[in-house]
Write a protein that binds this ligand. Structure first.
Ligand SMILES: C[S@@+](CC[C@H](N)C(=O)[O-])C[C@H]1O[C@@H](n2cnc3c(N)ncnc32)[C@H](O)[C@@H]1O
Ligand code: SF4
Length: 475
């Protein structure tokens, strides 16, 4: 094995690793090596994939049965919230109902194929865009189709993502009656002024009443998303956001550091000087620590780097499985899936998606066959996501003793306060959790180098954090 230079990945040793371990933050990209397929290859490969009914190679290679998830994308929103890079199409009633017809057709068409029937599905996620923008009737018929036609496990987690505006009680009833058992609401901030400036129309009082109503129905796990680093969201406002979250008592919460995405209205407004400059990584690090400490002190358990659970009802199954590289069946314009080593996207262009569905074809937008490093990449990403990496189980093609190969890097990170190592087990500190994008990318680069390749250049960002799923919604 060649000697590797780890110094580009070393952390700075200083008084506070959360503030200054790295000069830049590396975005967590859904990096998949391997080969992109041409349009002709994609349709042949899709037919082959749907006909396969054996266990996936990767589940065997990882020595674990990861199971499978399904993701359904709803690419409509009532308005474009300034910070958001996921916005695609304005919501209209007619278009949304036609879209629900197409989603139903897409699911029905594949439902009896061997690959779809081969494995049970442990978690289903309706993401967006805004699934809760669909009418009660459309939500109900898409959910019912999923439950009737896909082989869901009896304890399948079924999440509907939504926002408060237009998520009326009859829609919530429709979701619950049709089998949703987890509702995830984007709150972002409770502060009315901070919300309004980002295009979120409900006031603090309306948000609280809405969440309490779902909570008090006691029929589904309630999740909320909070963001930190939004314009006008001072340390005091952030503390108040956390306090209200704890007082309302959802089953789980995500804390996302803002990512100022080029091309979003927020990015443009900052460029034009209409908003103050984006928060620095030092500010974001401090807010992450404040959130992490606040929730820990009140008995919340940290499930992943950005997610905390309060009650036993919260499993966070979909996110954990996706991060671990579980197979994912994808439906709807803008969704991303994975079958065996093959990752694919469903065409994010709504017109192209519609044309393909009307022709009876799967609207595949792109496809890649992953390389031999993918199982190791998935294992590392899934482990760092939960903050614990078992070195004894790390298996890397081309590196018979993978733990030894990474030892110089791990001991430097240990010295810098990013992690601890005991009994072959690496545990991330709060700083390590904040910088996990850098750690995952360093591992990826080194895996490639261990196999004689050159890692691709990745964007570095001094000011923002990244929010991205490996499969599921494609941003
Ligand atoms: C795909 S969005 C959909 C949420 C839902 N449509 C809503 O409006 O509440 C899921 C979550 O991503 C987070 N998010 C969106 N844009 C972000 C950004 N630029 N930086 C960090 N997190 C972001 C927000 O917390 C959001 O609730
Ligand atoms: S935050 Fe939600 S509603 Fe707002 S633009 Fe993004 S996906 Fe749409």
């Amino acid at each position: 094995m060649q000697a590797l230079d780890f110094t580009p990945y070393f952390a700075q040793i200083g008084p506070d690793p959360l503030r200054d371990a790295f000069a830049m933050r590396r975005a967590v990209m859904p990096f998949r090596g391997g080969k992109a397929l041409t349009a002709d290859e994609m349709s042949e490969q899709w037919t082959r994939l749907l006909d396969a009914d054996g266990p996936s190679i990767d589940a065997k290679a990882k020595g674990t049965e990861l199971g499978r998830v399904a993701y359904l994308h709803v690419p409509f929103c009532a308005n474009h919230c300034l910070f958001c890079g996921f916005y695609r199409n304005a919501y209209t009633d007619d278009q949304a109902t036609r879209y629900a017809d197409m989603l139903v057709a897409e699911i029905e068409r594949e439902a009896e194929r061997p690959a779809i029937r081969a494995h049970t599905i442990g978690a289903v996620y309706f993401g967006g865009g805004t699934p809760s923008a669909l009418s009660a009737t459309d939500l109900s018929r898409v959910l019912t189709t999923v439950r009737r036609r896909l082989p869901l496990a009896p304890d399948c987690e079924i999440t509907i993502e939504g926002r408060i505006i237009h998520f009326d009680p009859d829609k919530i009833d429709a979701c619950l009656e049709s089998g949703a058992n987890r509702i995830s609401i984007g709150v972002q901030s409770f502060d009315t002024a901070v919300r309004t400036r980002q295009g979120r129309r409900s006031s603090k009082e309306q948000v609280i009443r809405f969440l309490e109503d779902i909570r008090d129905r006691d029929r589904a796990a309630l999740m909320i998303d909070l963001m930190f680093g939004l314009p006008g969201q001072t340390a005091e406002v952030w503390h108040e956001d956390l306090r209200i979250c704890d007082a309302v008592g959802p089953d789980g919460v995500d804390l996302y550091g803002i990512n100022i995405i080029p091309g979003t209205p927020l990015h443009r407004a900052i460029e034009r000087g209409k908003f103050p400059a984006a928060p620095t990584l030092t500010d974001l690090g401090a807010m992450y620590r404040a959130g992490s400490d606040f929730l820990a002190a009140r008995g919340w358990r940290q499930i992943s780097n950005s997610h905390w659970g309060r009650t036993a009802r919260e499993r966070n199954r979909y996110n954990l499985m996706v991060k671990a590289g579980a197979e994912c069946l994808a439906y709807g314009s803008g969704a991303g899936g994975l079958l065996g080593r093959c990752s694919y996207t469903v065409n994010g262009d709504l017109a192209a998606y519609t044309t393909d569905i009307n022709r009876g074809q799967k609207p595949i937008g792109g496809m890649r066959i992953g390389d031999d490093l993918q199982p190791a990449r998935d294992y590392i990403a899934a482990s760092l996501e939960i903050g614990v990496l078992d070195l004894a189980r790390l298996s890397v093609p081309g590196a018979p003793d993978a733990a030894k190969a990474f030892a110089p890097l791990l001991s430097q990170w240990h010295a810098a306060g990013i992690l601890t190592i005991a009994d072959d087990t690496v545990r991330l500190t709060t700083a390590g959790r904040f910088w996990y994008g850098n750690l995952i990318n360093a591992f990826n680069d080194i895996l490639i180098k261990l196999n004689g390749g050159s890692p691709p250049a990745f964007p570095m960002d001094r000011r923002s954090t990244a929010y991205q799923h490996t499969t599921g919604r494609i941003s």
